[in-house]
Design a protein around this ligand. Structure first.
Ligand code: IYR
Length: 221
């Protein structure tokens, strides 16, 4: 690794009016994103999804360790196995593991142990966080701020997919370690979440919920 610095020529500069317009329009655009739970099985060009993963992999990370791995699942048999196992875990969650308060919080979303979207959507992206990495000689190396780094990358991934015209669902069956064996991932990797990707089913409905007001989420000092 060198500590050479290079001129940052890729940065694009805008004037104030351009920045105002771009920021307002982007916020409005991003606000149109909704999590959907019903997906069309219409095929989607895999290159679109790969481009979005490239966008996500450009995320900042602690000491640039890039402690993530994206498994892009298109194979129906693998999707089926993920669905069956996730539903088993979720059945446990809904019937006994989840405290009453949690189930109440989930009520507006109408979620239940059935996860047909895991098979119906054309793609699942399973994101793994790398608790530690390896150098060229195979020695363990430390990763830093792993959760923060992977969270940022997933945020960028969701944004890129929305921008490309695809809908997503962030799905976190609990526990998720079964994904290591189904997807054949090594011990240093831990499943972070499953992102279900595709076009929304025709006539899809979403919960009638809203985001907090700006003043509630931001304090200017
Ligand atoms: N993992 C479960 C429960 C669940 C939990 C939260 I927090 C959600 O926002 C939605 C669902 C499931 O996927 O059903």
């Amino acid at each position: 690794m060198s500590n050479k610095f290079i001129l940052y020529e890729d940065f694009i500069t805008y004037n104030n009016l351009e920045m105002l317009t771009r920021s307002r329009e982007f916020a409005e655009y991003l606000k149109r994103r909704r999590t959907v739970r019903d997906f069309s099985s219409e095929p989607v060009d895999i290159e679109i999804v790969k481009n979005c993963i490239k966008a996500a992999a450009s995320a900042p990370s602690g000491a640039n360790k890039q402690p993530w791995h994206f498994v892009l699942v298109k194979d129906n048999e693998i999707k089926h196995r993920i669905r069956i196992t996730a539903e088993k875990e979720e059945a446990e969650f809904y019937s006994s593991r989840a405290p009453e308060e949690w189930l109440e919080a989930l009520e507006p979303f109408g979620t239940n142990p059935q996860k047909p979207f895991l098979e119906e959507a054309p793609y699942l992206i399973v994101i793994f966080e790398q608790k530690y990495g390896f150098d060229e000689k195979g020695n363990k190396i430390k990763n830093y701020y792993v959760k923060e780094s992977v969270g940022i990358a997933v945020g960028m991934l969701i944004t890129a997919l929305h921008y490309s015209g695809l809908a997503t669902l962030t799905h976190t069956p609990s526990p998720m370690n079964f994904l290591n064996s189904i997807l054949n991932r090594p011990e240093n990797e831990k499943p972070f979440l499953i992102l279900v990707v595709g076009k929304p089913a025709e006539g899809v409905k979403v919960p009638d919920i809203d985001k907090k007001k700006f003043e509630e989420v931001c304090t200017v000092l």
